[in-house]
Design a protein around this ligand. Structure first.
Ligand code: PMP
Length: 466
């Protein structure tokens, strides 16, 4: 790799920017990939080379990278009222309209909406709400929160504690006390020999019940679940899993929180992942596609029971002492309103239901039998192709080999920006507006990258058992 030129954007990046999710030391040598503009499902680097964005940035730019209506919505709101807040009973039309739209579209009856700026903040807020609620209803000892191994809920202190991925815990001194994790619902890696999907789902629920009993049911407040686990590997739980899980939670009066930060807004072919996976949450968090990520905004929806608890407690104390300066900021709220209108007017759900099956069938047709591929999985417009060292045992490559990141680099050379997840799964979560032709073009690029990687690994005598 040639060192970046002095005074180039890359050199100034190296000198000044501390990057999230990056090996900070390697970055000082290698430098950034500078993205300069976007159009449709593509972004272009500083040299003008175009790439299909196979994960919509971070699973989020649902309407692609050049939606003019969203630009106009932001500009119009900036001119009218560029900022106002929602503290101390102040309000404005964008926050009122957006809350109403979300309540109307909720997967189960919801009562109220609280706004934040990111998925992490939405989950952090929901954790605090769960604690506040249990104080309100006179069970101050019922506070523990259950996440899942491989679950991802963000990186603020509490959200990172809930997340079940080692890189988010190591050296950050989390998880905090009171956060526990139950097993990942991943049949491909988690099933015992001869176990059916249904038996596996039952065992997941049994494990959850054992955990609740071991911790003490009167100390367990809530369980969080992404309908389909995203950053942990695009893991689609087996049929029946959520029915069994929710029965256990109900038995011990444990609140259920759906983290719809990735799955919300048609990603899985229904408005919410909760609809696709038959989840009936008490609280729902969402972000990303809420505004097509053109501006930061997230939301927490709570049902009437939870709201009543929050209401009583706030009245006792005199205020609900929680809120961000930018909770319900009018400009991102206006962009979110426009985004939801575009979803409705363009029937984006019908589009996902037409194009999603192309992604799912083409991923499987092209890659399921590839020598490097262990499992191809997904629903709607979310999917993953997992690379394994041994197709019979499902053993992953040694993480030190960095197979996933190598594949991502080869994808980039082939005109596709991809994202490697832990366990060498290449994720797909393209903008929802992607066409069938663009899906095929994206998979053509990934296919070339996979073949090039296979040749390289053979040359390096890295053993692949297929
Ligand atoms: N929850 C889920 C399911 C996510 O995928 C993410 C981000 N990828 C988050 C929460 C955190 O969102 P943010 O990065 O906006 O804080």
């Amino acid at each position: 790799m040639t060192p970046p030129l002095v005074n180039s954007a890359a050199a100034r990046d190296i000198a000044n920017v501390l990057h999230p999710y990056t090996d900070l030391k390697v970055h000082q040598e290698v430098g950034p990939m500078v993205i300069s503009r976007g159009e449709g499902v593509r972004v272009f680097d500083e040299n003008g080379k175009g790439y299909i964005e196979s994960v919509a940035g971070l699973w989020c730019a649902s309407l692609g990278f050049s939606n003019e209506r969203l630009v106009q919505a932001a500009a119009a709101q900036m001119r009218k009222l560029p900022f106002y807040h929602a503290f101390t009973a102040k309000s404005h039309e964008p926050v009122i309209d957006l809350a109403e739209m979300l309540i109307q579209r909720a997967p189960v009856p919801m009562s109220k909406v609280f706004f934040a700026n990111s998925g992490s903040e939405a989950n952090d807020t929901a954790i605090k709400m769960v604690w506040y609620f249990n104080n309100a209803v006179g069970r101050p000892q019922k506070k523990k929160i259950i996440g899942r191994v491989k679950g991802y809920h963000g990186i603020t202190l509490a959200a990172a504690s809930l997340t079940g991925l080692p890189a988010n815990h190591r050296s950050f001194d989390v998880p905090l006390a009171g956060f526990v994790h139950t097993m990942a619902p991943h049949y491909y890696h988690g099933a015992l020999p001869g176990e059916t999907e249904d038996e596996f789902a039952t065992r997941c629920a049994d494990e959850l019940e054992k955990l609740i009993l071991a911790e003490g049911p009167d100390t367990v407040a809530a369980m969080w679940a992404e309908p389909i686990l995203g950053a942990g590997g695009v893991i689609v739980p087996p049929p029946g899993y959520y029915e069994k899980i929710q029965a256990v939670l109900k038995k011990y009066d444990v609140l259920f929180v759906a983290d719809e930060v990735i799955c919300g807004f048609w990603r899985t072919g229904n408005y919410w992942g909760s609809g696709t996976m038959n989840m009936k949450p008490d609280i729902l968090t969402c972000a990303k596609a809420l505004s097509s990520s053109y501006l930061p905004i997230s939301a927490v929806m709570v049902n009437e029971r939870v709201f009543q608890g929050l209401s009583e407690e706030s009245h006792k104390i005199g205020t609900f002492g929680h809120g961000y300066t930018y909770s319900g900021h009018p400009v991102p709220a206006a962009v979110a309103i426009e985004t939801l209108k575009i979803y409705d007017e363009t029937h984006i759900g019908d589009h996902v239901r037409a194009v999603g099956p192309v992604l799912q069938s083409e991923m499987r047709r092209r890659f399921a039998d590839h020598p490097l591929v262990g499992e191809v999985r997904g629903v709607g417009l979310i999917g993953a192709v997992e690379l394994v060292a041994d197709k019979a045992t499902h053993a992953n490559f040694d993480p030190a080999l960095k197979i996933g990141p190598r594949l991502v680099k080869l994808c980039e050379a082939n005109g596709v920006i991809g994202r490697a997840l832990p366990g060498d799964a290449l994720a797909f979560s393209p903008p929802l507006i992607i066409s069938a032709d663009e899906v095929n073009e994206m998979l053509d690029g990934v296919g070339r990258a996979l073949d090039e990687l296979t040749v390289q690994l053979r040359r390096e005598q890295i053993s692949v058992v297929s």
